[in-house]
Design a protein around this ligand. Structure first.
Ligand code: NAP
Length: 251
């Protein structure tokens, strides 16, 4: 599959390393906003150090549009910022490429617009604010538990590094998956964590705790590639839950 990555921060760099290391897919280009200080840099120098070029130069959405279809891309994976989602959907419409949106903090209205635009532009979009397989399985489990056993109360704890704003989109999505009003969410901010989400359910007589921890950003890179493989030949809007359900149903 021919891939492009948007953004080149921590998660995007893990994804680029994964693609370059495994040779299963081709990284065609990396897109950053036109004001990015990384414009024109070879990504090898960012990933591996000065002089270690890999021939992939960071470009902007504007330069891609000006290039008159010089880019052959199947799927764009976005690890930049929520503001890039709509410009990228338009760009994908022009390139006839599909899109995996991995950025977070989108409003419900924005998420429903992703669906409208994917139909209007006839492209495939996966909205994946939580990419790990484990978190998607956790959400499925707590959803079933809360539906089948309404006497259980739930609390969520999320642990992340100090620079992550509370509360995570993932914690909010877990609380929405639980069939209960106002599930409390507690945020812990300490450096060293990549990301932990823990759900405890109790009915006063027994307790279940289920915890998911990402050890490395490679967990996000792997999830992004699963989503890209899923959407490669599809049209319309999907969620990461659809990707994981599809993989489980194939087994
Ligand atoms: N879905 C998931 O499971 C998952 C997992 C990890 C991360 N994420 C999300 O992925 C995104 C990136 O995370 P990260 O940890 O890699 O962050 P990061 O290290 O801060 O990188 C952010 C990237 O976005 C660019 N950027 C910042 N503001 C922008 C804007 N207004 N418009 C366009 N580009 C902008 C930055 O580059 P320049 O400043 O050079 O333009 C940089 O390349 C975040 O939204 C994060 O929540 C999601």
């Amino acid at each position: 599959m021919k891939l492009a990555i948007c953004g080149f921060g921590r998660a995007a760099q893990a994804l680029a390393k994964n693609i370059l290391d495994h040779n299963a897919h081709t990284l065609q280009t990396v897109i950053c906003r036109s004001t990015s200080t990384k414009q024109g840099m070879d990504i090898g120098e960012i990933l591996y150090g000065k002089g270690r070029t890999v021939g992939i130069v960071i470009t902007s959405p504007e330069k891609i549009l000006d290039s008159q279809n010089a880019y052959d891309i199947d799927v764009v994976i976005d690890f930049s910022h929520r503001d890039m989602a709509f410009p990228l959907i338009e760009l994908c419409g022009n390139l006839k490429a599909n899109l995996v949106i991995c950025t977070t903090n989108h409003s419900i209205e924005e998420i429903s617009k992703f669906q409208d635009l994917s139909e209007k532009l006839n492209i495939g979009v996966v909205y994946a604010p939580n990419l790990t397989v484990g978190i998607n399985l956790l959400m499925d489990f707590v959803k079933r538990l809360s539906k089948v056993f309404p006497d259980f109360d739930f609390e969520i704890i999320e642990r992340h590094p100090k620079d992550k704003a509370p509360v995570t989109t993932t914690a909010r999505m877990i609380s929405q998956a639980i069939d209960k009003e106002d599930v409390p969410i507690h945020s812990v901010r300490l450096n060293g964590y990549v990301g932990v989400h823990e759900v405890t359910a109790s009915n006063g007589y027994e307790k279940i705790t289920i915890e998911h921890e990402s050890f490395s950003r490679m967990a996000f890179a792997n999830g992004a590639l699963l989503a890209a493989e899923y959407i490669e030949n599809k049209k319309g809007a999907y969620l990461m839950q659809d990707v994981v359900k599809h993989i489980i149903s194939e087994e």
